[in-house]
Write a protein that binds this ligand. Sequence first.
Ligand SMILES: *[C@@H]1O[C@H](CO)[C@@H](O)[C@H](O)[C@H]1NC(C)=O
Ligand SMILES: *[C@@H]1O[C@H](CO)[C@@H](O)[C@H](O)[C@H]1NC(C)=O
Ligand SMILES: *[C@@H]1O[C@H](CO)[C@@H](O)[C@H](O)[C@H]1NC(C)=O
Ligand SMILES: *[C@@H]1O[C@H](CO)[C@@H](O)[C@H](O)[C@H]1NC(C)=O
Ligand SMILES: *[C@@H]1O[C@H](CO)[C@@H](O)[C@H](O)[C@H]1NC(C)=O
Ligand SMILES: *[C@@H]1O[C@H](CO)[C@@H](O)[C@H](O)[C@H]1NC(C)=O
Ligand SMILES: *[C@@H]1O[C@H](CO)[C@@H](O)[C@H](O)[C@H]1NC(C)=O
Ligand SMILES: *[C@@H]1O[C@H](CO)[C@@H](O)[C@H](O)[C@H]1NC(C)=O
Length: 674
Amino acid sequence: MSCTILILYFFLKLASSDNNTQDGFLFDGFFKLGGSAEVNNSNMSSHVIFADSGLSEAGQVFYNRTFKFKNSTTAPVFSFSTTFIFAVVSNDPEFSGHGLAFAISPSNGIPGALPNQYLGLFNASNNGEISNHVVAVELDTDQDFQFEDRDDNHLGIDINGLVSVKSATAGYFDEHGHFKELYLNSGKRIQVWVEYESLNQQLNVTIHPIKKPKPMLPLLSLKRDLSPYFFEFMYVGFSSASGSKCSHYILGWSFRMNGQAEEINLSTLPEIPGVTRDNEDDAGDGYRKVQKMLAVVLSLIGGIFLLLLIFGALMISRRRKFIRVLEDWEVLYGPHRFSYKDLFIATQGFRDRQLLGKGGFGRVYRGILPFSNVQIAVKRISHDSSQGMREFVAEIATIGRLRHPNLVRLLGYCRRKNELFLVYDYMPNGSLDKFLYRVPNCMLDWKQRFKIIKDVASALFYLHQQWVQVIIHRDIKPANVLIDNEMNARLGDFGLARLCDHGNDPQTSHVAGTPGYIDPEIVQRGKSTTCTDIYAFGVFMLEVTCGRKPVDPRTSPEKVVLIDWVMNCWDRGAILETVDCRLGNDYVSHEAELVLKLGLLCSHPVAAARPNISSVVQFLDGAAQLPENVSSIIKSRDSSDGSSQGGVGKDEFPSGNVSIASLTFTESFASDGR
Ligand SMILES: *[C@@H]1O[C@H](CO)[C@@H](O)[C@H](O)[C@H]1NC(C)=O
Ligand SMILES: *[C@@H]1O[C@H](CO)[C@@H](O)[C@H](O)[C@H]1NC(C)=O
Ligand SMILES: *[C@@H]1O[C@H](CO)[C@@H](O)[C@H](O)[C@H]1NC(C)=O
Ligand SMILES: *[C@@H]1O[C@H](CO)[C@@H](O)[C@H](O)[C@H]1NC(C)=O
Ligand SMILES: *[C@@H]1O[C@H](CO)[C@@H](O)[C@H](O)[C@H]1NC(C)=O
Ligand SMILES: *[C@@H]1O[C@H](CO)[C@@H](O)[C@H](O)[C@H]1NC(C)=O
Ligand SMILES: *[C@@H]1O[C@H](CO)[C@@H](O)[C@H](O)[C@H]1NC(C)=O
Ligand SMILES: *[C@@H]1O[C@H](CO)[C@@H](O)[C@H](O)[C@H]1NC(C)=O
């Protein structure tokens, strides 16, 4: 799986093709992103960044000379201007990479940056830091809610971090001032201008199809003094995270300080290997082409109209049948198999506008079933093992029969080639993480939080102990907890992690779950048990009470790992200091204390020390008291575990006394729990 290597192929046709003066250059060479080759132009410097043990890569190519951006450290930034032509060529429209960016950086490469959604510009720990001194224009083809991306086809001005200072859907304003959307990943060649005017301290970004003149109105215009972000000398270049199935190309680039960048000569643009001009040219450009198409289209319309009439009649009769199918008895006897067409219509063709979110397993779309008008959420999962798919579909029969007020109901599924669609009840309020982190003015009060914790505990109790089979959820976290109309919490995504296990490649059958919620013991044993869920639920309880992520690199060092912070505060006798400060004093302190202690107990590094879910439910309901020796058990973690961060624990625990003590402890749970 080779990804995102930013490589330079040089099709330098003429000796004069690179005109480098002191304050600018014109390069009409050819950058390719993806594939593997060596960079062999002395004027460029290229770097490859690996992550996920080599599975994903990002590439950077910088012009290997600095430009003087200001006269002294405090002086204003000079005007500069750059233009380049790029194309995103993808063999699979579903995977068109994360995007690329033009970057101005203090070094001729950005070490330590990450691929994927970080675009090879930043990483989780330095994202947003003023010490980065990186100003970039991102051409983003993937929506990352983490960085508040508006859609999956946008431009953004990024200053020191990936949450854009300003962003807009990709497109341009034509001569009449009408906005025309451009698809960055269409494979067409698109020209970009990034211009900064020193006098007005204004940064403009403009894009347009290469055959159109540069629009008068920029797409993005940011009024800001850039001098705090720039050093005197800076490098300019590109960074990209293209993914394995797509390539990013730069087909010409010019840059100039204190003046307008030289126009790129379109008649000498290099060809992209393997891409024929016909399908990559902007079809809308040629007037004659339009005429030709019009003739074809008109003659087709007649035929299509006739076909539509016939199909329409057929469909209506089919739909009628379909309404009946969703009756209660049908739901009772197991999940329904939906047709792809119905889901396609319901979600308006899986349009991005219908996208509710993206998870580890796939994208979730909102939809309305035709005729019955039932609102649904459709999860779209791709999977390349047909064996795994078969087993998974069999399991859906089980999962689809689970009924509990605190579980999101699985209405049915649909299979199409290597894709699986799961249809769930739609929860208009969205997921819990939205309430915790994303929506500022609908904060949950303590009563709601405590109820959510109890709801999830009750769902887990059902999965672990009340159903005929033990079902391990494997990915408990706020993003998988949905809030219904009455503010009840409902656990979603149960059983999905199994799909991961059925992967046909044992090398990549990784531990399912989300970093921060993964039981450190699972890393040793590689097998999920109900204890794994209890661990994640412990972290979940802490997270809901404290209103912050389990690992938050942005806070002071002693607070980064939530579990450790709560532990330390408890040691100081101030465990309630960790309660979400937004709650003020509006919480019930004995409940908060119970939840925090129970959270620590459940996220104990030694699985045997964790209570089972029925005990947890009893503690939360007040039907049983936490045992007296709970503090010594929880504190034994200090001797057994050094790093709970990211769920990657130490390889061994001093197993002897700790686990024996905890085993006897769990037994005593059972006796005084009932
Ligand atoms: C580079 O281009 C500029 C104008 O575009 C021209 O005046 C200059 O002579 C060129 N320099 C070289 C070294 O070719
Ligand atoms: C590097 O830049 C110099 C000066 O601008 C130019 O003469 C030379 O051809 C360039 N080298 C390559 C390999 O492009
Ligand atoms: C640079 O790469 C091009 C294309 O891959 C190749 O034709 C050329 O010989 C290479 N030049 C050097 C100096 O390696
Ligand atoms: C960048 O240029 C410097 C000298 O100007 C050279 O030593 C270095 O090898 C170049 N780096 C790359 C990656 O070409
Ligand atoms: C920067 O310095 C150069 C010469 O040192 C001078 O010509 C120029 O006007 C200065 N620019 C600004 C914006 O101060
Ligand atoms: C993040 O990037 C910075 C600078 O690019 C680097 O110093 C740091 O080590 C990186 N952090 C991680 C965790 O990779
Ligand atoms: C940026 O765009 C504004 C119009 O929105 C224009 O007035 C200004 O001159 C532009 N600046 C540059 C550097 O192109
Ligand atoms: C672009 O390149 C072609 C072919 O090399 C040349 O004939 C033409 O004059 C160039 N156009 C401009 C504007 O430089």
